[in-house]
Each structure stands twice: as C-alpha cells, then as structure tokens.
Write a protein that binds this ligand. Structure first.
Ligand code: SF4
Length: 575
C-alpha cells in the first residue's frame, strides 16, 4: 500500500470509571505508588512511549493520540482518513478497545485495526472481533514488516518528554526526557508479564553505553530546540545494571563528560550489586525502582553480594532514593508474615513504595500453574471481568486470605507505610539532603557537582515541609517535617523572605489539591496529539538516513563513537 495513513492511539479516557481498576490510567505514581498519600501524592501523566517509538521508526507518516476522549477520537476519525489504526492496551482496558472498535466501524469502516500492548496476552478468540492484526512482539519490527519497511533498520529514539512530577498542584515547568534502553527481562519472575511476553529475552534498543550517553545529549539538544527545561531522564529498562558492560561504558562516558545527570531507572538487587554506590551515583541515578517482593519469594533477582540493608544504606547516603516494591499473596504469607515483611521494608526506609497482590497474569508461568492446579477463582475463570486484572485483586485461592481480605490488607499496608514513613516527597528530599551532605567533600569532582545539584533540589523543595508540618498523617510525621526544615536551614542557611512566601503559598495550594480530589475535578489527562514526522519528509530522504546510519561519528562531549547517535541526529535533520 503506497503511503498508508496510520493512527496510533491509547485507549480513551476517562479512567477510573465504575467497575474499572483505579490503578489503570495515564499516571503511574498517583494510582499505584503514592495512592494513599492524599495531597502529597505525585501527579504525573506519562505517555504510552511505545506508540511514539513506533511512529518515529516507520517510514510512513502517522499521528499519535495519547488519551483522547471518545469525542476527540471520533473527531479524529471524521477529519482524517486512516488505513490503519493501532491501539495500545492492557488486559484491564480491553473493554475500552471494544468500544473503540464500535466507533471505528461507524466512522472508519474500511480501516484495519492493529491491536498491540500487553493486553494481547488474551487469546485470538477473544481479540479477533476487535482487531485485524495482533502484535505480540516488539512493535517497531512488527509494524515495519506489516508496512514493507526494513524490519532490521536501526531504532531511533523520539524526543517524547513528559512533565516532571508535581505535588500540591504546584505548576512544574521542567520536563523529564525519556529513553527506552530495552524491552523484556531475562529474570523471568513467575508472575511477570513483561518478562514472559518477550519469552525472557532482552531486546536492546540501546546497545552500548556510548550510545546511551549520546542519546541523553541528543535529548538535551532537542529540549533546547523545543524551549523545554529538562530536569532529568526516565530510563526504561527493566534491570539496567544487569547489563554490566553497557552500564560501565555509560559510567565512563559520564565521567568523561564531567557533568552530573539526573536519572530515574530500574534495577534489581542482583544488578545493583555489580556496582559500588559511588559508581551508581556517578552515573546520575537519583531514584531507582527496585524489588523486595517477599523474604521467601526466592527470586534470583534478589540475590546480591551485599545484604539488602547495606545496599540501601550505601545508596541512600549517595543521594539515591529507592522505590521499593512488595508483593502480598505468596502462599507462605499469613498476616503475621506480611506484617513482618512490612516492618523489614519500613526499616529499610525507601522513599516510595508499592504493594501489589501476587497476580496470575495470563501468559505467565504462575497463571499456568493456577489453572493447572484448579486454583483460579470461578469468578475470574468462567466469565472474567478483565477490568480488575491490574495487580489490585487476587484471582486464585490462598491458604490464609480470601480475595476481599487480601484487597483490604493491601489498602491497609499502603496507608500504614504512609503513616510510618510519611510523605514520599519529604523522604525523597531527605535522601537527596543526605547525598548533598556526604558528597560535597568527595574526592571525585563529579560527585561534588552532584552534591551541588542535590543541594539545589533540596533547597528548591524545602517549601514542601510546610504542608507536611500542617497536614502530615500524624504528629510524629509533622514533627519530623519541622525537624527536617531546621536541618536544611542549619546546613544551608535560613530561608529568605521569598522562600518563606513560597512555603506559605503551598498551604492554599494543598487545600486546592484536596478539594479537587474530593470533587473529582481535573483528575483526567488531556489529549496529546502528535504528528510524526512533524513535517513529513519524502520517503527517499528518510531512506537515505537509514543507509548512512551505520557510519559512526564522534560525539565531542563524550569523545566516543556512536552509530545510533548519528542516525538519530540525521533522522531529526531529515524531518
Ligand atoms: S525483575 Fe522485574 S521485570 Fe524482570 S522478570 Fe522480575 S518482575 Fe519482571
């Protein structure tokens, strides 16, 4: 088909409707991590980056919609003729795909529908009424094959930033750039859809540390061009540190570049143990999502060289905040055991935490086991309501808990963490403050520069102590907030008059945030519509980019060679 017109879209908003899992939507922190923290909850709409990546890597021009309303989706179908519509979804949003398919039949009956995303673990029988094609693999390669492009072509990384997380409705002007380092994970935890979707294979999007560093420089340049202020990067890679060679190359580049970075990434205890805390700090990690799961879960990823408390302490002392995930519902866990594990995590003191229910997701070994052993609850096996396939419900029998008891326990734990550890925002600032104090006299220049940056973050975030002093979950946490502000002032000097005004401004903003949440106002994401490429380049030019992409170029700042960097830059020029 010459020059096909393609629309890529997420499912339609609104999210969190009657019967829908409230953890499914356009945000990660608020529904899944800081969900019980009220006004202190982080708000950040993320993009479905898979769609941006695919659109950026095919020859045809396309449009990407993130979170359209039904009306906006219909308007798009009425206004433009599309040959293909690709819909990304998860199992819990499949009901929305069904509705979108109805709309497509009315407004674009000749358009072919492609289904993609982790929702495609459902059977052909269930999916085929809604899709002409089902993508159950890495999406760029799939679309290239479908459209007759070169499936082996290089992967280029779109500049697709999101707003930095905001709290108390405080408008943040800075953005976070995104890079996907790779898909899939070889660790193969039995419940993990991500890992088993790609058959425990890791598919690298970034092959070397030089390439990764070059991409970060490229993103900064793109941000400058767009007039964006980039405050950091989110690096999507399930276990970045497991790929030691690439991570060490990256570390070397950052050292040579001499400028501290700010990265949020993912790493297992096993992966993190391959590096010293200094090295991880030098790479620029400020927040790392890592798993604790359960003391007797036995996952290979949890085995490191150091003990977990030592690892946590060393990372935190370098200003690296931890986001820790816990699982409840392992067969060995009764209530007493769960509370024991809760206490261990509370003692480790992560800045952020997640508690999910051990979940038998279709396509995983755990799901097979539950079906084989006949432990799947009839409610979920006979006529399943997929809207609750989200890690916030238990779908099989458990020796100690009913499904409802498990759900209540999960809610209780989220709340208990908040009451025990306080708002995540303050915990993050506290870790960065410790990093600032311990690194400012480091013998390594890069770490001294990191300390400066951490210090600025702490000073800039000091205003958050005011809402915590007034509205923290209990007296102890409120006193802690007061003590923290005292520590900041002792270390960095008293707050200026302007800073005090800002502190007081957070109080009405907090009340406004509380009211919005109570009245369910402004809680949904807005439509983001992007044209790829912004000005369509002739196919012949885009071809030329690919042909030249294998020639390495030198990146002056890093002093290294990087084929994909050149490719991405040329691609942008071609656009
Ligand atoms: S380490 Fe994380 S991403 Fe990898 S298999 Fe386990 S749960 Fe999945």
């Amino acid at each position: 088909m010459p020059n096909p017109h393609i629309l890529f879209t997420t499912v339609c908003r609104p999210f969190g409707g009657e019967g829908e899992g409230d953890s499914v939507g356009a945000e990660l922190f608020h529904p899944q991590i800081t969900r019980e923290q009220g006004i202190f909850s982080y708000r950040q709409v993320v993009r479905c980056w898979a769609l941006d990546y695919i659109a950026h890597n095919i020859e045809s021009s396309s449009v990407v919609l993130h979170y359209p309303s039904e009306r906006e989706f219909v308007r798009e179908l009425k206004k433009h003729r599309y040959d293909f519509i690709g819909i990304n979804f998860v199992v819990a949003t499949y009901h929305k795909v069904k509705r979108m398919k109805q709309l497509i039949e009315i407004y674009a009956p000749d358009t072919k529908v492609i289904l993609g995303g982790y929702g495609t673990v459902l059977s052909d029988e269930e999916l085929s009424p809604c899709g002409d094609f089902i993508c159950r693999e890495e999406g760029i390669g799939f679309m290239r094959k479908l459209l007759g492009d070169n499936p082996e072509g290089p992967i280029m990384h779109p500049y697709a930033p999101i707003d930095a997380p905001s709290v108390f409705s405080y408008p943040r002007r800075s953005k976070v750039a995104h890079i996907t380092g790779g898909l899939g994970c070889p660790n193969g935890c039995d419940f993990c859809c991500t890992s088993h979707f790609f058959k425990r294979k890791y598919i690298p999007f970034v092959k070397s540390g030089e390439e990764l560093y070059g991409l970060m420089l490229l993103m900064k340049k793109e941000a400058e061009k767009a007039g964006d202020d980039i405050s950091g990067f989110i690096l999507i890679d399930e276990d970045f540190f497991l790929h030691e060679k690439r991570a060490r190359e990256f570390l070397q580049c950052v050292r040579e570049g001499g400028k501290p970075l700010s990265i949020m990434g993912f790493g297992s205890i096993r992966g993190l143990s391959k590096f010293t805390a200094d090295e991880i700090a030098e790479m620029g990690f400020e927040v790392i999502w890592t798993a604790f799961e359960g003391t007797e879960s036995g996952f290979h990823k949890l085995k490191g060289i150091q003990s977990i408390p030592e690892l946590y302490a060393s990372l935190k002392s370098r200003g690296i905040a931890l986001l820790t995930s816990m699982i409840i519902g392992f067969p060995y866990q009764d209530k007493e055991q769960v509370m024991k594990e809760f206490n261990i995590i509370a003692e480790l003191g992560p800045s952020l935490w997640q508690v999910l229910i051990y979940f038998a997701f279709p396509g995983t070994p755990l799901h097979e086991q539950m079906v084989r052993e006949g432990r799947y609850l009839p409610k979920y096996s006979d006529n399943p309501d997929y809207r609750t396939f989200d890690g916030f419900s238990m779908h099989f029998t458990h020796p100690y808990f009913t499904a409802d008891e498990m759900k209540n326990l999960q809610r209780e734990l989220f709340r208990k963490y908040y009451e025990t550890l306080g708002p995540s925002l303050l915990r993050n600032l506290r870790v960065w403050f410790e990093g600032y104090r311990s690194l400012r006299n480091s013998s390594k220049k890069l770490l001294r520069l990191r300390a400066e940056e951490l210090g600025k973050c702490v000073r800039g975030g000091a205003a958050a102590t005011y809402p915590a002093m007034f509205f923290g979950p209990n007296k102890e946490r409120r006193e802690e907030a007061k003590a923290f502000l005292r520590d900041i002032e002792n270390e960095m000097g008293p707050l200026s008059a302007k800073e005090r005004v800002l502190c007081w401004a957070t109080v009405p903003l907090s009340l406004w945030t509380w009211m919005k949440s109570r009245l369910n106002l402004f809680q949904q994401p807005k439509l983001l519509r992007i044209q790829y490429p912004p000005t369509p380049a002739p196919r012949s030019e885009r071809k030329a980019v690919e042909l030249h992409s294998s020639f390495p170029v030198t990146i002056p700042a890093a002093g290294t060679t990087c084929p994909s960097y050149s490719c991405a830059v040329e691609s942008k020029n071609a656009e």
